[in-house]
Structures are given as C-alpha cells and as structure tokens.
Write a protein that binds this ligand. Sequence first.
Ligand code: ADP
Ligand code: MG
Length: 915
Amino acid sequence: IQRALRSLCIPLERLHIMKGHMMQDMCKGLSRQTHAQAKVRMLPTYICSTPNGTEQGNFLVVELCQSQIRTVLVTLYGDGNMSPQMVYKIFDMPEGIRQGEGEALFDFIAQCVSQFLAETTSSSQDRLPLGFVFPFTCQQTQLDKAVLLSWSKGFSCSGVVGKDVVQMLQSAINKQKVGGNGTGGRWLSPWRGWKSSQIAPGQLSHVNVVALMNDTVGTMMTCCTEGRPCEIAVVADKGSNCCFMAEAYLVEMAEETSGRMCVNTEWGCFGDDGTLNDVFTPYDKSVDEESSNPGEKRFEKLVGTLYLGEIVRHALIALTAEKAVFTGTDIAVLKEKGVFTIQHVLDIINNEDGTTDVKRILEVLGLQASEQDCSRVQQICRAVVGRAATLHAVGLAAILSYMCQTRDLETLMVNVGMDGELYKGYSRFEEILQSVSRLLSPECLPTLLPSKDGSGRGAAMVTAVALRLAAQRRVVDEVLGPLRLTQADLVKVQALMRQEMERGLGKQTNATASVRMLPTYVTHTPDGTERGDFLALDLGGTNFRVLVVRVTEEGISMASEIYVIPPAIMQGTGEALFDHIIDCIVDFQTKQNMLTQTLPLGFTFSFPCQQVGLDKALLLTWTKGFTASGCVGQDVVQLLRDAAKRKQHSGLQVVALLNDTVGTMMSCGYDDPKCEIGLIVGTGTNACYMEEMKNVGTVEGNEGRMCINMEWGAFGDNGCLDHIFTHFDKVVDDTTINPGKQRFEKLISGMYLGEIVRQILLVMTEKQLLFQGRASQKLQTRNIFQTKFLSTIELSNGLPLRQIRAIVNELELEASFEDCVLLREACQAVSLRAAQLCAAGLAAVVEKMRENRGLKQLSISVGVDGTLYKLHPCFSQNLQRTLKVLAPNCDVSFHLSEDGSGKGAALVAAVVARK
Ligand code: ADP
Ligand code: MG
C-alpha cells in the first residue's frame, strides 16, 4: 500500500520540471514553425477581448453536447452583465445521428433552433446573433470560420471533417422554417417572461452564426469581476482543458498581432511525446492500454474524471494480486471496465468521518470489504484524485508564469474561471490547486472563481463581445480610414512631387512652384582630399551649435557646444538673433582657446533660402517656429557679418552657407561616393540631391551637376495635396504659427506627428472608443503629446504596456488594456503614413535621377539625419519598404549621418578653401 501511494505522489522538484515542460510545449504550440509537431496545440480562438459589461442585446447559443442539443436565449442589459436573462431548452438527439450524415446532424440542430425560437422570441425580426458551442478539435481561422479536424467522443458523422462547421450550421439554418417539425424538446428553465408569438414560417434567416467556440472559453467569459477581467479558465471534467488570454503577437498561427487572443491550450495531449512517462504508474498504463486511444491524451488520462475511477480500479486489482486488499474475497466485479465511476470515488473520499459509508459503497459494487480494506481503498482514492488536482495545478502554474513573463509583469493578479465535475465534486480540489500553483508560481496571485453556466451564458458573452468589437472596429476604421493611404494614393503623390520638382526647376515656373528646388552652388560631393580646420555653425533645428572641425588624412574630428536659443529670441528681432549667435561663437572660441584664430566658417542654416552664391543666400521664409523680424528677403551671411561688426568680432571668415540636407549629404558622401541625396526627418523634413545643371533653369550653365535643396516641406502648399489632408491635419495646421504653409512637412515630421495623434485621441475619446469617453484637461492641451511618445508606444516587440500606461498617466488618464492597443493603432497609422509619404517623395527623386542618367537601374545612397528617422522603431523600415515598391528600378541604401550639419559645413568650406 505504501509503495502504491508513493508511486501516485509526485515530488515537488518533479512538479517544477513538469511545469517547465508544459511551458516549453506551450511555446512550441504557439510558434508557427513548431506548431505542427506540438502536443499542446495552443489553438487560436479569435476571441480577442473579455466582457467589459457594456454588452447588450439578445443572443442565441447552441451547444452540441454528448447526446443532446441545448439552445439558450440570453439577454444582456449592458449593466455590467449583472443580471442576464436566460431561457433554455434541451433536445435529445435521435439515435444514430452521431454516426450518420453530417447534413442530418446540422439539419437537426437547425430544427431545434427553429422550434426554440418559435416558442421564445417575440416577432422581432432584428438580427439574432448565434454562438455555437462545438467541443471538437477545429482549425479556426476566424471567429466564425472553423474547419473540423477530427471527430471524437463517439461522433463520426460523414462529410464534415475538413469542412467549415459554421458554414454548415448557417446553411442548415437558412433552409429552416420557423416552427419546424417538432423535435420534442423539454423545458428545463422556468418561464421567465419571454413572449411567445406566432412567427410566419421561413423566417429564420435573421439568425446569424457569428462565433464558434470551445466550452472553456465560455467559462472564462462568465468569471469577470468588477475591475478585473477573467483571463484563464480551467475545466476539470471528463476531460481536462484550459484556455487563457495570450499576447496576440505570440499566437503566430493567427494573423492578429495587436492586443490579446484567447488560446485553447488543448492541454489534455500534454505528455503524448513521452514527457510524462516517469510519473506513469502501472495502473495508468493499464488504463491507457484499455482506452480507445492508447498513447494519446496522456495528461487527460491522469486528470480527467472519465479515467480516475479506472485508475483506482486498476490499482485495486494490482493490490489485490499482492494481497494488500480484499484478501480472500471475490473481486471478479473489479475486472469490469467502468464499474468504478468518478461518483464512487468522490463519495469515498469526501467521506471524512469513518468508513461506514465506504463499506456500503463497496458493498453496493459487490465488494466485501473489511475495516482495513475500506481505509486502504479510501487512501488510494485520495491519492489518485489528489494527484489529479496537483497536476491541474502544474498546468495552471505553467499558464500563470507564462502570462506573467510575456506581459513583463512582476506580479500577475488574475481571475481564473473554474468549472467541471472534479472541481465541483472534490472538496479539496480548489485548496490543492491554490497551494500547489502558489508553490510553483509564487509570482502569481490567481483568484479562482466558479463559473455559472459557462457554455450557455458564457457563450452568449463571447458572441456579445465579438459584436461589440466588430461595432467598435467599424468606428475605429471610420476614424483612422482617412489616414490610411493606398498604393494608388502614394503613386499619385509621387507623380505630383515629380511635377512640382519640374516646376521648381523651370525658370518660368519656379516662382509659383510649391517645391522651390533651390540651387545650393554645391557642385561636387567630397572626394576625400579635403583638409584643414574649420568653424561650423548649425542653426535651424532644435539646438543651435557651434563646432570646430578638423579634417585630416586620418578622418574628421570635432568639438562642439550646444547653445539654447530662447523662444523670445527666435520670435524677436533679427538683430537680436544674430547678436546672440555671435555671442555664442565668442563664448565657444573662448572656451576652445582660439579667439585669435581666423578659420574659414561654414554656416548650416536650415531654412529655405534663395542662394545666389555659396556665401550669399536670401532668406525666403522662416519655418519650424522661427519668426525673427527683418530677416526675410535679406542675405543671411550678410546679417551674420553685420552682427560680427556690431559686436566688433573681426575674426570671422564666412565662406559658405548651406542647408542641413546638404550638410548631411556631404558628410555621408565623405565616406560613400554613391551618396548623392540628403534627407532630414527631424523637427522638420527636407531633402536635397544632385541634379544635372542642364535641368536647372534657375542657374546659368549646362555643365556638370549642382546640389538642389528641394525644400519639399512646402510641397502641397499650392493645394495639390488637399485630397489627402484629413480633419486632424487641418486642425493641426490651423493651430501652427504658419497655417497653410509647409503642408507636406506637417504630415511627416517630429514637430507635428504627436499633435496629430493627440487630435485623433480627442476624436476617439469623444466617440467613446477610448478612456471610457472622458478626455482629461491635459489631453486637451496643445502639443502635450510628444512625437517621442510614438516611438515608445510603437516599440516593435509586443505591447509595452507599462510604458504606455506611464505616458497615459502623465496625461492624467487611465488606460485599459484595450485603450493601450487602440492608442498604439492610432500612433501606427500616423507614423506609417508619414513614412509612406516620405517614401513617395523620395521615389520621385530617385526615379528622376535614374532618368537623368539614362539608366535601367540606379544604385544610389541617401545620407539621413533627424531624430524621428533615427529613433522611431518602424519609420525607417516603413520608408524603405515603401520606396522599394514605388521605385523598383532603384537600389537605394541609407546611411545615418553622424553630425552631418557640422561635418558637412566644414566639408563645403573645405571645398571653397581648396579652390
Ligand atoms: P532637428 O531636426 O531640429 O535638427 P532632431 O533631428 O533631433 O532635430 O529632431 C527633433 C525632433 O525629433 C523633435 O521634433 C521631436 O519631436 C522628435 N523626436 C525626439 N525624440 C524622438 C523619438 N524618440 N522618437 C521620435 N521622434 C523623436
Ligand atoms: Mg538637425
């Protein structure tokens, strides 16, 4: 007896190892590569949310049970699902239907539905959604699309395996006439106020099968409590199974990548690859050999109530042979498969005081038991059932730890919906499940809750949630739809950009073109022979910088200092601005101990200028928040020289003014001779590239090339992009200091993306899609939503919940999980569009260069700078992917520019100095 009991008791270390195996198997089942071989199948259910209490309406549920069909009508009132109204009816299935034709089975189900509805619903013809509880292994590809993989549990209807069972049920329903032909069901629930009325025949077509599910999912749905969703369900019944909410991106078998999805683990098959062999006792082996599917569902055969009585029976047979029990009595009855039911076992162990009842139970079975036999049988029963509870705890612990890890949590608090004969019938089940899972997963705090009618009410909830999500999806698509660009849209933008480029280059058309295509007087990219020491200034971004740059044979080295330009100066007078710049230069030269040196100076000035020579450039307009007076129309180099004179700084030798795009191209060109394009995606966006002189109508001469500063940020200022501007873009534009200007830039660059997202969030909140419809004061503050938030929120791997919540909390809001998912979707829509538009612009550039050079295929490099491009997790990828599609004949590689503005200014100055 002791040996038998020991073999049924699994040591803690072994449980830890088993939990590890279960977690490994779960990962295997979730991965696309290993899914086919995985024993724990981890089937996606396409159920992507749990109830939030707002669900309402009538829902029909049909459950296919072992020998019955159950139909349920549930009404939810949107009151937190506190008091759903339910009425149901059970129909016995005709003899033989389980082995007959599939069509007959579905016709019968449809008849049940028809009869049930005729007796329950009022004559309302509103669409009635139906949830179908179909507890067989299916390959589900949508909530309402599930191909039956194989029958089990005695079912073998022909013509169903390999077919979509949702479709089969819907077709059968569509054929039905209401009122049917009498299937003889019986009412199992008191009448609860449903109005019965006559419905004309042939009107069942308003019934739509919208969801198919397994019974575990329904269990999960009924156990949500105030404030905490239920995200795991364990059904400990004839078989055993579990489902839980997994991070959708980990469920590789489903396309869905955001949010969560319920996964049906099918953990009954755990151990089918031999992992459980060392815990099998000889009794388990006998049970398995006598089963209809030897070698399969090994875990289920240790824990399912269908098998527990059998395990006890085989243990008793073996122990009798060893003369440990029932010595000298007739035990022939034990040879009979199935005599020992789970009910016998439960009755025996739940009997805490004395063995009189045990004796009686055994007697009824036909076993003569002594006092000692009774207590020994009781011990064996306890060991078998206790082991089943312990193994459930192992499975639960694996799920809990997996959820905790994949959600990047320190502690996981979660509700677990519980159901099944073993859970309800074995008084110590819950206690064992709690304490053992606590030992195995101390970081998790599960709350076990009994499910009330999981397959009826729960299935209705699944259906309701599905409809709520579908309705929400429609509204989300309405909001985000205008931001989504098709390839045709992008091709059109590319063509328009090309057209504006031509107009900008043309002598006559230049003045009215929205893309100004400004000549830079830079005619060559570096050749690597540039040498010397230079001063450089970088104005036009977030920071103003002064640098000293040394270009030697060994490479480029530099020192720099960042200076703040206070908003008062940005928006004050030009004189004050340039005086401030000189002050900064003097400060820098003092710090660098080079006040007496006169070095050639390159000035990176990132605003649109009409350049007349390398060191003469008239400011056309301010952008990016600058408005200093008295500068537009003036020569910027002269303004700097004037300020130097005012400040009596005689050691300045300004030799070149250039745009930051040019600086970026030049600095990358120093390392890569193929780099003939410069691109900026930072505070603003702009690009430059090497154009053929003969195409530059605004500068004399036809030889060679010249770098053109496109000033593409203003693309669309003439109205040619109006068709892609959304409501959000217009609102953002209206609140800038330059409304109607830099329209392309306002769709792409860092200064604006956060604000566009904020506008979307406001609209989504107003439409009750986010934050329970309440926008905080903070969220209504301009520019509060920074573009760097997009980078955090869109982090490529998984959902960075903690970080998103931190951002949202900063805005004095609370985000539910679904809020986080939606927030990310909004950010993605905005950043994707930005990257795509940038790609469309770039496609126009590279295609023009390819044509210019008469090439079939152009191979070229782009030097890129800008924090948005560099730090956003998907921007560069999206840009490059889109560019490949729009300009398939160009091989474009991208190089990040390191300090392009500084280096570039020095390199341009170097070219001048050399001349
Ligand atoms: P500039 O273009 O002014 O020279 P940057 O290239 O550094 O300067 O770009 C600054 C812009 O980058 C800011 O407008 C800011 O919104 C944006 N930005 C800053 N950090 C991030 C980030 N982590 N992800 C995306 N954008 C960012
Ligand atoms: Mg910059």
